[in-house]
Design a binder for this molecule. Sequence first.
Ligand SMILES: *Cc1c(COP(=O)(O)O)cnc(C)c1O
Length: 396
Amino acid sequence: MQNVYLDYSATTPTDPEVLEAMTPYFTEFFGNPSSIYSLASKSRAAIEKARGQVAAALSAQPEEIFFTSSGTEADNWALKGAFEKLRSKGNHIITTKIEHHAILHTADYLEKTEGASVTALPVDAEGKIRLDDLKAAVTDKTILVSVMFANNEVGTIQPIKAIGEFCREKGILFHTDAVQAAAQVPIDVNELRIDLMSLSAHKMYGPKGTGVFFMRRGVKLENFVHGGGQEKGRRASTENIAGIVGMGFAIEKMKARMPQEKARLTALRDRLIDGVLKAVPHAKLNGARGEERLPNNTNFSFIGIEGETLLLDLDSKGISASTGSACTSGSLDPSHVLMAMGLSHEQAHGSLRMTLGRGTTDEQISYVLDVLPAIVSKRRSMSPLWEDYQKKTGEK
Ligand SMILES: *Cc1c(COP(=O)(O)O)cnc(C)c1O
């Protein structure tokens, strides 16, 4: 049996070189960067080097980069920080129905407890928002637009530049959750007119527990984490030096490998998509094809079965995948992303996400294509859902 990890959008392994760069900051250069002795200056220098590495990868300025504890914290900072700063000007936030819960639940919180008014834009069948919907949603109370760069379940890439240009023209702040996109596609915050952006190290072969918040120079938000004067007084807490060093190293290395890795993964992705659609009857690809899909994302619906049972069968063959839905324990709700794209409950429940990465090889894709069709057909043969579907449609 092979061991095939196909859940790179959930998290990536820390690159051994990244880990090696981090290690001395646990044991040797452990000084608190706020202290005045020379040991501390080593820590300070390491943080500023990483800040420069992150800025360079995004075509940003170092002073526009703030380190956080996660992508989730950066998303919280964007929404809560903008709302608190600008609530006297307006209380309207525009986002989308397919955001990560770090955005959706934060927007819900602001709406339920702080008096925000939130518009969640719909998406088309491929998971893309329409610019006209955004234009129609703007009011004179709109203070922030938050649209994710690329979706974590179906990999659809949004028209970020057009959104950025529109927001700039209207004088509305534009935030994008680029946690997935930053690991896959080049991002230039100036060209794309991005004002605020969230990143996470563990989605790009860096450590868990480190994120980045890009805040364009001149943009004023309330702080989110209050306390000491770290990060120029904008984000308190003793710096996670090793994590920050890992983030800087990881993004620099990823950017250098990106052109090559993008082409390699796109080819593997398309081989997997074509192979599954050919070998599994009544398989549906969720999301876009080509350049509008993340190079590493595949997401299918297999009508007649439950995605969760597929995951167990795949696991027994050594394959780690996901349903794509944040199926938090106890909740059997189908994916909010697939539902927003207009899938039926049955289709949404039969979803399978396989996301590729550095360790993915041609042989692994062959192996998946070998075992998956038989698993689906076996599960269908035992499934009352599939029987219903056959009766309803006359399919075999
Ligand atoms: C993983 C993810 C997050 C959360 O990042 P963490 O660092 O795990 O908190 C936010 N948004 C998207 C799109 C993600 O995929």
